[in-house]
Design a protein around this ligand. Structure first.
Ligand code: NAG
Ligand code: NAG
Length: 183
């Protein structure tokens, strides 16, 4: 019984999703008049702790910054800086993450991204206290970046993994119910 629960938990933990930022175009300075294509993309997806972003780029960089630097497109003293052309950034906590390009003028042209990372559903199920809602997390305000649609349908590219995840979620939930009844 306990090993089954353990296996289910591990399966949930490994069902993380890697999102390719910008799709086929990758992480690049936006052209055209969509001012914030990356935020529009992010608003159509759901991100959880353990998921990761895959940035593919050429002669560019990825800076992880705080809200102030994001708003100002400031490239000074970023939290992290990547410029090797292929970056995988894994979310190790819930809350907001801010990404900008470090190339001159790119951030101002809209090469910037805010990601709201939610607690993994498995963590919410197995924790005795209700997990703090990521929607009311770190005191920062939203400026209408389209987060309302964050609760929309899951993205195409992660449907299979999410299906696997929900299967194990169901299994885990069943185990917990059974354990509860036995105690
Ligand atoms: C986008 O820009 C093109 C030319 O740059 C213009 O013709 C078009 O009207 C613009 N579309 C919107 C929705 O602003
Ligand atoms: C944001 O980061 C910049 C650059 O490291 C720093 O100067 C600034 O104090 C930070 N702001 C906050 C609110 O932490």
């Amino acid at each position: 019984m306990f090993s089954l629960v353990f296996i289910s938990t591990v399966a949930v933990a490994t069902a993380s999703v890697q999102f390719k930022v910008g799709g086929d175009k990758g992480w690049t300075k936006p052209i055209g008049n969509n001012s914030e294509p990356y935020n529009e993309w992010a608003s159509r997806n759901r991100f959880h702790v353990g998921d990761s972003l895959y940035f593919k780029y050429n002669i560019d960089s990825v800076l992880v910054v705080n809200r102030t630097s994001y708003t100002d497109c400031s490239v000074a003293n970023p939290t992290f800086k990547f410029k090797d052309g292929e970056t995988v950034f894994e979310f190790d906590r819930y809350g907001l993450f801010y990404f900008i390009s470090g190339e001159s003028g790119h951030c101002k042209a809209g090469q910037k991204l805010i990601v709201r990372v939610m607690v993994h559903p498995a963590a919410a199920i197995s924790s005795p206290q209700p997990a703090q809602s990521p929607m009311e997390d770190d005191g920062s305000n939203d400026n209408g970046d389209g987060w309302a649609s964050i609760w929309g349908p899951p993205p195409h590219n992660s449907t299979i993994k999410q299906t696997v995840a929900s299967y194990f979620m169901t299994a885990l939930g069943g185990m917990l119910v059974i354990m509860y009844l036995l105690m």
